[in-house]
Design a protein around this ligand. Sequence first.
Ligand code: TXE
Length: 529
Amino acid sequence: MTDIITTTGFRTVTARNPATGEVLRKFECATPGQVYQAVDSARAAQKTWAATDVNARKEILHAFIRELHARKSEVAVLISRETGKPLAEALVTEVVVALDAADFLLRELPRFLRPERVGHANPMMKARRSYLLREAYGVVGVISPWNYPFSIPAVDVLNALMCGNGVVLKPSEFTPLIALKLKELFDAAGLPAGLLRVIIGDGLTGASLTQAPPEHLVDKLIFTGSVSTGKRIARAAAENLLPVVLELGGKDPMIVLEDANLETATSAAVWGAFMNAGQTCLSVERCYVHRSLFDNFVKRCVEKTSQLRVRPKDGGEYDVGPLIHAGQADIVDKQVQEAVAAGAKIECGGRRLDELGMNYYTPTVITGINSSLRLMCEETFGPVLPIIPFDNDDEAISMANDSEFGLAASVWTGDLARGEALARRIQAGAVMVNDVITSFGISEAPHGGVKSSGMGRTHGRAGLGEMVRLKYVDADRMGGVAKAWWFGYGDGYLSQMEGFADFMFSSSIIQRLQGGWRSIGAYFRKGRV
Ligand code: TXE
């Protein structure tokens, strides 16, 4: 049985190099039957895997790290080819992030999976040995996007597998080759056959995974993608009460206070907005700058943007590559043109680079934007940096929170305490003070948002928590003694329970002592069933 399903479907997906349009490989989409079969076989393999101890799993982790480290350049080159992003970004934001996540698991997994003691304050529960077990769901489905086609699924797959699950991965139709490379790395690391299945296909293929008949359905789903698809998945999941994690992107604000370091903050804004051609869920999509800094801030951003090298026709070194496809460039262009028509000012960029191909858009700095425009409300997911002035902290917070999204945010200031105080007021899953985007690459940090940015978390201990079912085990050492709250209701029972409530919760010490005494007496006088 093959672990990679690529044949006998009717629809096809094509892996291309978005920089050149070169077709890298064509695949037929997996049929629903093949998707169900992938889930079934992952489920069969998971039964044995769930019983393996942490050390056996750690051996695979070690081997995965060895393999990926040894082949880091090969993997980065493929990522760069299939997404168009610069090689340096492929290495740092994809390969290194995956390596770091695996390294985090080596340290965290034994602690995470160890039974966790639950203590009891209630004296009636003192004789119990109680603890929490973290048990694998079974098969976890991972539906992943094209913008970080290696690091996003790698972290989710690593977390799911190491918690004892089987995995069915459905990568984006734009980046199937990288997903297959990830599978190849796990195979080389000695992952048991069948445990990780990759199904290639489009959105309908993904729908077969979420709308399968109950006997072929995954036990948990981790989805990263658009809000509209996320909502569709949530509706399908509700039908079967399938638990889901939804990471649906953002419209992250960057707030630059008057005491921020202008040089660092402008470099951060430019990197945060244009890295991966702006196709990052944590991109700086709205930049709010204190009015006293505004003019200089815009000027320095324009100067720094003009130094960026957009990928030349013949390749070579560059800072900003193409967008993933022409449709993505259309979204960006429409938002920018709509803003211009409404009076916004293009400080630099603001046009497609048709001479390079339909997927290219110039890094764009834009000011004078009305906050009701799509450029300020919808995810742009392209190389556009809108800069807006504010006059005081309250105004900045109110503008930052005025969004349907709430993935992450950043505050820039020379006063950390002030920055942290503002961070608490921002509605987001993560707020960085004096940094942008980096939280995604910090293995300990949970990743996920509030509002339309989704629900649940990936990454960190919270991300691991999504991969297990929590089981509470409670062993009573006084198993031979009837419980005070069992049948035998009546006056004695009420007196006992009232006394107990006084003992536990009265604000008077005397009443507490009396209550305790009354409760014990009533327990021995009470009739039992
Ligand atoms: O996402 P989709 P797209 C945003 C970004 C971008 C927009 C559209 O703004 O412009 O989304 O991108 C699979 N059932 N983000 O169209 O469609 C699909 O095959 C099950 C933000 O690429 O959501 C792919 O594997 N699966 C985001 C995955 O879902 C379905 C990253 C994502 O595709 C499906 C990417 C269905 N009905 C885009 N339909 C982020 N959170 O950072 C599609 N898929």
